[in-house]
Design a protein around this ligand. Structure first.
Ligand code: NAD
Length: 303
């Protein structure tokens, strides 16, 4: 049986870890939040006292952390996993599923490689519902042989495991995807709200656009209008999905990638400005589909 160390049990990591347990793998887990650890313990995971404890005596380490700074802290430096595991003579396969800058991913995998570890960047798409259902898409940047090693493990948590290229390529593809996601979520929200302002039922309008040329993922599985889709964050007060501030982080990464590659990304730039404004209004922790609230604010001053 393969032994896995799983670090970061948040909105995504929590349900991903549960799917590894369901698949019968032995799992050590660590998070900074005691409630997240309790949930995993109840499902049969071994709760570790630190990230290093979780990563000790395992075949594979998986991290699902908020941003690049958290990944650098966990993996790099004297007290980081790479140095500490090397000192113990252990070299598990390292898989980072967080969404971070390609540059940071390459920096960490470079340090790992120099210390004798194989590492993959494997950010995901599919949202919290995909994480719970085990239907995520993994977007992997790695050497061919390491990709093949990681694939059967990732398949316990996702239905598509795609190889984007070498180290960092998974992050590049993920950032392109999330820039597009932000753009079509905002477009979907403004279109539905305009229809509602003109007297349409948001569900009827969504059904019509779903069967027309406006069809997109936000309409299909993540409708931003409350009450249209029972299982979408919009129907539970925009709680428990993909935070506005994490989308902001991804749009910041897209901006940096655009500057670096001299790419013109006007729609991505506008999406970032709108998400930043929405966050400044105090909505940083809400699900990103709550961007609809920006358009809901009525001509009479709104709410
Ligand atoms: P989250 O904030 O819910 O979870 C992150 C977890 O990491 C938290 O539980 C936190 O306590 C833990 N953590 C932070 N530092 C740690 C450390 N040093 N050691 C151990 N645990 C630590 O975030 P999330 O929504 O699960 O997202 C995680 C990553 O996945 C992000 O990079 C995000 O951009 C990406 N992502 C999220 C979604 C989504 O729908 N939420 C979808 C695709 C990708």
């Amino acid at each position: 049986m393969q032994r896995i160390g799983f670090i970061g049990l948040g909105h995504m990591g929590g349900p991903m870890a549960l799917n590894l347990l369901k698949a019968g793998l032995s799992l050590n887990v660590f998070d900074l939040m005691p409630e997240a650890l309790e949930k995993a313990r109840a499902a049969g995971a071994n709760v570790a006292a630190s990230a290093l404890d979780a990563a000790t005596d395992v075949d594979v380490v998986i991290t699902m952390l908020p941003a690049g700074a958290h990944c650098e802290k966990v993996y790099l430096g004297e007290s980081g996993l790479i140095q500490q595991l090397k000192a113990k003579g252990q070299s598990p396969l390292l898989i980072d599923c967080s969404t971070i800058a390609a540059e940071t991913a390459r920096k960490i995998s470079g340090v790992a490689k120099a210390a004798g570890f194989a590492m993959l960047d494997a950010p995901v798409s599919g949202g919290t519902a995909g994480a719970a259902a085990g239907t995520l898409t993994f977007i992997v940047g790695a050497d061919d042989a390491d990709f093949e090693k990681a694939k059967p493990i990732l398949e316990h948590m996702g239905k598509n495991v795609m190889h984007a290229g070498g180290h960092g390529a998974g992050q590049v593809a993920k950032i392109c995807n999330n820039m597009l996601l932000a753009i079509h979520m905002i477009g979907t929200a403004e279109a539905i709200q305009m229809g509602v302002n003109l007297g349409l039922d948001p569900k009827v309008l969504s059904d019509i656009m779903f069967k027309s040329s406006g069809r997109n993922w936000s309409l299909e599985v993540y409708n931003p209008y409350p009450g249209v889709m029972e299982n979408a964050p919009a129907s539970r007060g925009y709680e428990g999905g993909f935070a506005v501030d994490l989308m902001n982080k991804d749009l910041g990464l897209a901006t940096e990638a655009g500057i670096q590659s001299k790419s013109s990304t006007p729609m991505g730039g506008l999406a970032k400005a709108l998400y930043q404004l929405h966050s400044r209004k105090g909505n940083g922790k809400l699900d990103f589909s709550s961007i609809l609230q920006l358009f809901e604010e009525g001509v009479d001053g709104g709410h």
